[in-house]
Design a protein around this ligand. Structure first.
Ligand code: ZN
Length: 294
């Protein structure tokens, strides 16, 4: 990524109406950005748009970046992460996560892990889910209550306490019940203990030490579980097992397609997903309703 020598300027990445082009559109025009970089640019774009209006010509930043030197994107990245720009939306969101979790998060390690799994994690639904999680996109009742006085701030699931974003996703007893089940499934599938922590289950920050094939399964299955949970965001009930399982099956299809397209010799689809198919076949034998498998 950092070896990319072509430099992006706003006039290249916004459309005629001044709106930031989608990452897919940018890719079609030959500018390939991983989701993390795109997210950073998007955050910067929003801030510039809100505060200054957009500068479509050569501005100060352009001059810095258009100057000599190969590592233009590395410079841009550092510019975006500059401490002086601490008010940037993304930094605030990351800090909110750190505050919830209770310790600092190693985003460099995370980005590294994501780049390694890039082929598997570039599917639109995955990127969208991770983007939404990172940006704390799902509106929780406590926040809605501040926006609309007639909305009750209590949790939609357990009915107690303040229904904050983190309560809804994690500290709620119902959410705990959900993630504990997903953790049990994962333990059955990969035959290893997994820490029940929000880094893994909500942000997909899988630490090293599980092995490549297991990391793939962890990322896929926790993402599918979040997609199912988000679908039941405003409901009192938790997503039923057959919904979670069908989300995971969609993930296996996406994974299969990307493997076929990439003809990737290093990551064998059957090895990666074999454990999952074994597990689901056992469950079908035991009589899980509503699951169709080819
Ligand atoms: Zn609750």
């Amino acid at each position: 990524m950092w070896g990319m020598e072509k430099l992006c300027r706003y006039k290249d990445i916004v459309d005629g109406g001044g709106n930031l082009k989608s990452n897919d559109t940018l890719r079609d025009q030959g500018t390939t950005l991983d989701w993390w970089t795109y997210l950073q640019i998007k955050s910067r774009y929003q801030k510039d748009k809100d505060e200054y209006g957009l500068e479509l010509g050569n501005n100060g930043l352009d001059k810095i970046l258009m100057g000599p030197g190969k590592k233009a994107l590395a410079k841009l990245y550092n510019y975006l992460l500059d401490e002086d720009r601490a008010e940037d939306t993304i930094r605030n969101q990351l800090r909110a996560w750190e505050s919830n979790i209770g310790h600092s998060l190693n985003f460099n390690e995370w980005e590294e892990a994501w780049n390694k799994n890039y082929k598997l994690t570039r599917a639109a639904t995955y990127k969208e889910n991770h983007y939404k999680m990172l940006h704390r996109w799902h509106l929780a009742p406590a926040r809605l209550a501040k926006m609309f006085p007639n909305v009750h701030p209590n949790c939609w699931k357990c009915g107690h306490g303040q229904g904050t974003f983190f309560h809804m996703w994690w500290t709620c007893p119902e959410a705990k019940r959900y993630w504990s089940k997903i953790r049990r499934w994962l333990k059955d599938i990969i035959k290893e203990e997994i820490d029940l922590n929000p880094e893994i289950f909500l942000l997909g920050m899988v630490k090293k030490g599980h092995g490549k094939e297991k990391v793939h399964l962890l990322i896929h299955i926790t993402t599918a579980a979040r997609l199912a949970y988000a679908q039941y965001w405003k409901k009192k009930d938790l997503p039923p097992d057959d919904l979670i399982i069908s989300k995971i099956l969609e993930c296996t299809e996406i994974s299969k397609l990307t493997h076929e397209i990439n003809d990737d010799e290093n990551s064998d689809y059957d090895t990666v997903w074999g454990r999952w198919y074994e597990w689901i076949n056992d469950r079908i034998k035991e009589g899980v309703k509503g699951v169709e498998i080819n």
